[in-house]
Design a binder for this molecule. Sequence first.
Ligand code: COA
Length: 378
Amino acid sequence: MHGTKPFRAGLEDVIVAETALSLVDGEGGRLVVRGFAIEELAALRFEDICGLLWDGALPGPARWEAIRRGLAEGRVEAHAALARCSAVLDGEDAMEALRAGIASLHAQGEAPFRTGCRLAGAIAVFLAAWQRGRLGLAPVAPDPTRAHADDLLRLLSGSAAPAPIVRGLDSYLVTIAEHGMSASTFTARVVASTRSDAVSACVAALGSLKGPLHGGAPGPVLDMLDAIGSEANATRWLRGELAAGRRIMGLGHRVYRVRDPRAFVLERALAALESEGVASRYLGLARAVEGAAVEVLDAHRPERKLRTNVEFYTAVLLDVLGIPRALFTPVFAAGRCAGWLAHIAEERAVDRLIRPRQRYVGPLPPSFESGSARVAAG
Ligand code: COA
């Protein structure tokens, strides 16, 4: 009977899907995307991960070029739509603007590849237009001859980014494109399970990603590093946060009980940038704060291994790439949308409405003498 089944908040440890897209190994600290360890993929480009996720295999040269062109067409189409949705992109919060911009796209019954290219293109164009609008600058027209990460940076700044910076962004987008049943991915799958369209599923996923417990953490990570200011201040500041009942951003994870493998990958990307002369103003402090935070959290919750998650070095990496912190979560969406589209396609193939049960714990009408089991199962 449903009313007596054990309940744990947050669907913790509940298997909600079978997927061929990724394995998140929380004890071993490993992430596998379609058969590849994340460390093997990190030097690839966004077009590669789109091919891997959407087609099931890394693209060869012809397919890579088709994906590059598809994404470029998505950006060009979104740029043409800017006139129609400039008012919705005018908001104070970049994620609210992006959510509204994506919601203004027409849902079309298209193949995952075409929808993925349209959505990824629109996210890149809209987040850049939002940022430039804040600075009083007109949007830049996409360059359809460029690869996606390269053009995204150009759409933001108005000029071509140096090659190491483009590589850094590609590395980031690839690293965060897919990560199992994260809250936003699950949200997208729930919407897809109703046979609704992919645009609606992505709008819902964006709402989920916005929260500080999911994709909203990296901005606050930089705020934290600014507030700490120096290595000597780290332990005192972190203890103060815990004493005030607040969480340390960029640490802890629902699945990982060891350091998030993506933290290693992003830290390595930062080291590669440093060796090419692009040094982060935060990296040294971030490493010291990470060490202090692990110690402080171990003392605070010795039974729960709270370790660095992806967002910690995301903040440091996106900062050195010249991306303003207000855009950290939209840039996360720019990469994760590739994973959402793959999950939406997978869920569509299952074609079974996601509809779990709940336990009713409210009052019953007096006439319901022994009806609690019936109501609980409703
Ligand atoms: N700082 C302080 N305390 C933390 C913490 C953190 N970063 N992460 C978890 N905890 C605490 C929780 O409050 C909880 O305490 P409680 O039992 O007194 O409520 C305990 O540790 C166990 O938490 P856990 O079950 O491991 O976390 P979760 O699965 O509910 O939450 C996160 C996972 C990611 C939401 C959580 O670790 C968090 O809020 N981290 C900070 C935000 C962040 O970096 N988000 C990005 C995730 S990729």
